[in-house]
Ligand binder design. Sequence first.
Ligand SMILES: NC(=O)c1ccc[n+]([C@@H]2O[C@H](COP(=O)([O-])OP(=O)(O)OC[C@H]3O[C@@H](n4cnc5c(N)ncnc54)[C@H](O)[C@@H]3O)[C@@H](O)[C@H]2O)c1
Length: 146
Amino acid sequence: MTEQRFSGKVALVTGGASGIGRASAQLFAKEGASVVVSDVAVEGGEETVRLIEEDGGEASFVEADVSKAAQVEALVGRAVEAYGRLDYAFNNAGIEGRMATNTADYPDEDWDRVIAINLKGVAVYETRDSPDAQPRSRLDRQQLLC
Ligand SMILES: NC(=O)c1ccc[n+]([C@@H]2O[C@H](COP(=O)([O-])OP(=O)(O)OC[C@H]3O[C@@H](n4cnc5c(N)ncnc54)[C@H](O)[C@@H]3O)[C@@H](O)[C@H]2O)c1
């Protein structure tokens, strides 16, 4: 049997309910990691977990909105509580925002939403997961995949 790259490790994937996030979660699991799948989309997230388990992997779902610091903190806490550690975080959750709109016409609330999810959502992880900020997670910065 070939050696699994992430055997014994724990990976968190945000935006894991679909697309790149789901595929990454499945790959982490295939390589032996226990995967915490997170998303605002509960049905899709649970489906990702089902697909991983069907393939013999280990995963669990935690609902969280990455633009909300308190939810990110709770998510990291739940991951560590469930598996005792957290080795990797793929900060994949993101939105496209409104397309085909002139920059000047772009509504303020859309800017705010895109920045909150695509930028602040990742920055929050950087602070909540950094070794000095939250000793319980102790993620190495090099293991934070943005
Ligand atoms: N697919 C591409 O060509 C492409 C290109 C450049 C960048 N990206 C980025 O890659 C990432 C994944 O892309 P994808 O194509 O798989 O997109 P996708 O829409 O299939 O997946 C994004 C996931 O993020 C989740 N999400 C949205 N807002 C969230 C929030 N506030 N908190 C938690 N989860 C949230 C969605 O529910 C969805 O499941 C996104 O950040 C996207 O912006 C994708």
